[in-house]
Design a binder for this molecule. Structure first.
Ligand code: S3P
Length: 429
């Protein structure tokens, strides 16, 4: 295809969840502009309402107004987190500091995802869980919160959801928390927001993050940057195009999220970054992307946390690059919205590309044959969007079984992808 024009993407998913949750615990009205209004963001909003906060309807283009309260109210029913692991894990941190029982659940995918990584440290802090397992590993689970003790904890995997959960527990429970991630740094949105509220949060040379719950939450009015993970799909489509140029506007460029841009740079991608100031304490800018013949690279273990959500997209790009690309130590992908590692390799093969999982490494051999074949998403939004992008290649015939699941993180994905295609603009074709 030929790309053209300028596109924006919906608000950052991680920042939207965090702002909604923080606002829910701040008495008064907070305003969030540019919030993501996807299914995942709606899950957080729905649960907040069940906990007594007022949250206006999440509608694209409309500001979200949250009327928070200093403490949540005991919910009358189960708290349903849908497909959203971020909602479940961050909420668990907040609920651990509330003296009531609440039951958390989610859809079939979320009920398969590991929770012990957060329940275990929360138990250390003083939370209790009903049932035979003191630190249950799966939803649904019933948490009984209460007074929390300080925590010193080394995370089993680098994960912003674990970090966010424990920092939120420290915040709501007024308990100091010290954390360390084992590998590369995961996204640091929670840390940035807490600092912005005046909390003491420092990181030492050994990687310990020390949080002292000393600040003060005040109602806020903030604008969310465009989601760099959503932008990645448009960037990918522009790189695979055979002509034109695309500008993706107003996206977050936090270095703990921009790992995919560093990898694409090594692959030879023609992308220029135009800085546009900051939003929510995060650097924001535009990406100007030109079609490029890519070369293979090795993505090392330390880089993975900084691009964890972009691996499906990078893998489909690798299938068009010159040489074999390796993604090292990507075992975490097995416990995302699907077994993303197995599904990625299987789908790449289904469309005629060569891909293999060797231990925890994903190897993708690039080629020039047009991708053709069926793609099974298992409801995983990022698998769906990555293969839809691959389907834009000349001569491709990629049949994604469910593209509607893109609405989990990127409402309007199909329309946006169509709008950047010079040949399909305005519905021609
Ligand atoms: C997220 C963290 C990531 C990411 C997810 C959102 C967050 O998960 O995959 O889409 O907002 O904290 P992990 O940090 O647990 O890998």
């Amino acid at each position: 295809m030929e790309v053209t024009g300028t596109a924006g993407v919906p608000g950052d998913k991680s920042i939207t969840h965090r702002l909604l949750l923080l606002a829910g615990l701040i008495p008064g009205r907070s305003r969030i502009r540019g919030a993501l209004t996807s299914l995942d963001a709606r899950s957080t909003a729905r649960v907040l309402r069940a906990l007594g906060a007022g949250v206006s309807a999440l509608r694209a283009g409309a500001e979200v107004v949250v009327r928070g309260r200093a403490r949540f109210r005991q919910p009358a029913a189960s708290l349903a987190c849908g497909n959203s692991g971020t909602s479940a894990r961050l909420l668990l941190g907040l609920l651990a500091a509330h003296r009531f029982r609440s039951r958390l659940t989610g859809d079939a995918s979320l009920r398969r995802r590991p929770m012990r990584r957060v329940t275990e440290p929360l138990v250390r802090m003083g939370a209790r869980f009903d049932g035979p397992d003191p630190a249950p590993d799966r939803l649904p689970l019933v948490v009984r919160g209460g007074p929390l003790a300080p925590l010193v904890w080394e995370l089993p995997v680098s994960s912003a959801q674990i970090k966010g959960c424990l920092l939120f527990a420290g915040l709501a429970g007024a308990a100091p928390v010290a954390l360390r991630e084992p590998g590369g740094r995961s996204r640091d949105h929670t840390e940035r927001l807490l600092r912005a509220f005046g909390y003491a949060l420092a990181e030492d040379a050994a990687g310990w993050i020390r949080f002292e719950p000393t600040g003060r939450l005040e109602p806020f009015d903030l604008e969310v940057p465009g989601d760099p993970s959503s932008a990645a799909f448009l960037v990918g489509a522009a790189l695979l195009a055979n002509a034109g140029s695309l500008r993706v506007e107003g996206i977050g460029l936090n270095p703990t999220r921009a790992g995919y841009l560093r990898v694409l740079d090594r692959m030879g991608a023609r992308i220029s970054v135009v800085a546009r100031g900051t939003r929510c304490g995060e650097p924001v800018g535009d990406l100007v992307v030109q079609p490029t013949a890519l070369r293979a690279t090795t993505v090392t273990a330390g880089e993975i946390p900084g691009l964890i959500d972009e691996i499906p997209l990078l893998a489909v790009l690798a299938s068009r690059a010159d040489g074999t690309t390796r993604f090292q130590q990507v075992g975490e992908l097995r416990v995302k919205e699907s077994d993303r590692l197995g599904l990625l390799a299987a789908n790449l093969r289904a469309v005629g590309a060569a891909a293999a999982v060797e231990g925890d490494t994903l190897a993708v051999l690039g080629g020039e044959r047009p991708p053709r074949g069926p793609v099974r998403t298992e409801g995983d939004h990022r698998i769906a969007m990555a293969f839809a992008v691959l389907g834009t290649v000349g001569g491709a015939r990629v049949r994604v079984d469910d593209l509607a699941c893109a609405a989990v993180s990127f409402p309007g994905f199909e329309e946006t992808l169509r709008s950047v295609d010079a040949g399909r603009r305005g519905g021609s074709r």
